[in-house]
Write a protein that binds this ligand. Structure first.
Ligand SMILES: [Zn+2]
Length: 269
């Protein structure tokens, strides 16, 4: 099996703008460091609107344009749209295979996606009587599960989805690390002080989703949130961050270091 990676990161979200909220500043930071990044959007985004009579295809294409523009602001190299129906995403053969295909095509070292174990986030009503919680979108949970299943066992197994190898020539590939966003179990905090404003500029491209009057406030809100995340990271890890994005990082595979000679291979005389 080929083990070298082509892309540094593949970021897989359910809807246009999920990757932006979850990883926008980290994506922009890594892109500035010269790392190749591909974004994937699982659904067509056609339930993301307030007008029930709006044509599905029109909304899909509009949101894809917005996502493409946003990803350019951040420095993403490529965006793939899988166009599964918004609001109906499930973990099936079809959805898993589509993600396995992309992982084998792009061979990312790291995959970012939603934390599928995150379902209910709500404060204790006695401790915080006016606070409200939120329920994580089923497409987000489905995406996380589809992606984790695609990474293991299917992307790395030559006998899984065999036509991908035998007919499309896509070699099995093992993703090295997963970074889950929207998680309650963060263990990794990325310093995004340099790119938090760019994250806001990217999100402002999603004009169908946000009132332009709110755009000014968007960057302020993102900064408040990133400052809170940084504080959590400083507490948990003894860091000294101003703005951060948080992830649950899972190391799955450490490829052998090519600079270290394999002692089992005899040198030719
Ligand atoms: Zn979403």
């Amino acid at each position: 099996m080929l083990t070298t990676h082509d892309y540094e990161a593949m970021v897989i979200g359910a809807h246009p703008d999920d990757n932006d909220f979850g990883t926008g500043a980290t994506t922009a930071l890594w892109a500035r460091q010269g790392k190749k990044i591909v974004w994937v959007v699982m659904t067509d985004g056609t339930e993301g609107g307030e007008v029930p009579t709006q044509d599905d295809k029109e909304l899909m294409l509009l949101r894809e344009r917005e996502q493409t523009n946003a990803s350019k602001v951040l420095g993403v190299e490529k965006v793939e749209f899988l166009r599964f129906p918004d609001g109906h995403l499930t973990n099936t053969e079809e959805t898993r295979k589509a993600v396995v295909r992309l992982i084998r095509q792009y061979r990312p070292r790291v995959v970012f996606t939603h934390d599928p174990t995150q379902h209910i986030m709500a404060p204790d009503p006695d401790e915080n009587p006016t606070g409200t919680g939120y329920l994580n979108h089923p497409d987000h949970r489905a995406t996380g599960n589809i992606v984790l299943d695609a990474i293991f066992p299917f992307a790395g197994n030559p006998r899984s989805f065999r036509d991908l190898l035998l007919e499309e020539g896509l070699q099995p590939y093992r993703v090295n690390e997963v970074y889950l966003y929207g998680t309650g179990q963060a263990n990794t905090y990325i310093d995004v002080t340099e790119t938090i404003e760019i994250k806001g500029k990217g999100l402002q491209e999603h004009l169908s989703q946000f009132n332009p009057d709110d755009n000014q406030k968007m960057i302020e809100r993102l900064k408040e949130r990133a400052a809170w995340v940084a504080k959590e990271g400083n507490k948990a890890k003894g860091l000294d961050l101003q703005y951060a994005e948080a992830f649950r990082r899972i190391k799955l595979h450490v490829p052998p270091d090519p600079t270290i000679a394999d002692p089992t291979v005899e040198e030719e005389a």
